[in-house]
Design a binder for this molecule. Structure first.
Ligand SMILES: Nc1nc2c(ncn2[C@@H]2O[C@H](COP(=O)(O)OP(=O)(O)O)[C@@H](O)[C@H]2O)c(=O)[nH]1
Ligand SMILES: [Mg+2]
Length: 251
């Protein structure tokens, strides 16, 4: 298993593994499709999706026709989608490594989380960098709510800015709040319908691929997820993803 926990002293020959997290519906699959559509001419790309019970996201991406179908693979995560990207990343890591071996050499593997709330973060054992996606339809104040993904992902995307006038969100204010929550970390206002914003996303991805390749990029851990609630037949349980003590379930 590759050691991604320490700085890479030498140029890297394996792909950049880039996680895409964020609440359901904020546009993670669409963002991945946008990156593939815009960059498949210059980068060899593969995609891993994480769904709880289905391969819905993989099927959406295959039908978008942005990559050869066999380069898009689904991991079905079972009850807690976060565990598979944070605490026990084995299934995802094997899926990434298989994809890299089958289509070598890949430049970029995008991993979509099956996140359902604001707290999901990827382990640095699975990805080299991560994007956290919010959208304007979630409300202008959501960026101020913080959390490890919003505060410390490598890039925060505020998506669907074409919808801002309809949901009465001030995009500039939302970006300013996000920059403050991130203590100056990068924030990108995006709409797949606005080519200038798509180009900015490509510039960011291109820069990251280059710094990963040269060995300069050092994976950062945004930190563990906050405790969160899962509904189930017993009326739900609180679920935490701690650093040392792994997983607790309280019924
Ligand atoms: N207006 C607009 N809609 C978008 C944009 N990006 C995604 N969507 C829509 O948002 C919905 C959820 O997108 P999806 O990528 O499936 O979100 P995911 O659940 O985070 O993967 C879909 O109906 C998309 O068509 C955007 O830039 N602008
Ligand atoms: Mg999706």
């Amino acid at each position: 298993m590759p050691d991604t926990s320490s700085p890479a002293p030498a140029p890297s020959t394996r792909s950049l593994r880039l996680g895409v997290a964020g609440p359901v519906g904020t546009g993670k699959s669409s963002l991945i499709a946008t990156i593939c559509r815009a960059m498949a001419g210059e980068l060899q790309i593969g995609v891993i999706t994480n769904d709880i019970y289905t391969d819905e996201d993989a099927r959406f991406l295959r039908s978008a026709g942005v990559l050869p179908e066999e380069r898009i693979r689904a991991v079905e995560t079972g009850a807690c989608p976060h565990t598979a990207i944070r605490d026990d990343v084995t299934t995802n890591l094997l899926a990434v490594e298989d994809l890299e071996a089958d289509f070598a050499p890949l430049d970029l593997v995008l991993v979509e989380s099956g996140g359902d709330n604001l707290t999901a973060t990827f382990s640095p054992a699975l990805v080299d960098a991560q994007i956290f996606v919010l959208d304007v339809a979630g409300g202008g104040d959501v960026a101020r709510k913080g959390g490890p993904g919003i505060a410390r992902a490598d890039l925060l995307v505020i998506n669907k800015i074409d919808l801002a006038p309809y949901v009465e969100v001030d995009v500039e204010q939302m970006v300013a709040d996000a920059v403050e929550a991130r203590e100056g970390g990068p924030v990108l206002a995006l709409s797949r319908k606005q080519q200038d914003t798509v180009e900015k996303l490509c510039v960011w991805v291109r820069g990251l691929v280059a710094s990963h390749r040269s060995g300069q990029h050092v994976p950062q851990d945004p930190g563990p997820m906050a405790p969160h609630f899962h509904a189930d037949e017993d009326g739900g349980y609180v679920h935490t993803h701690g650093e040392e003590d792994a997983v607790h379930h309280q019924h």
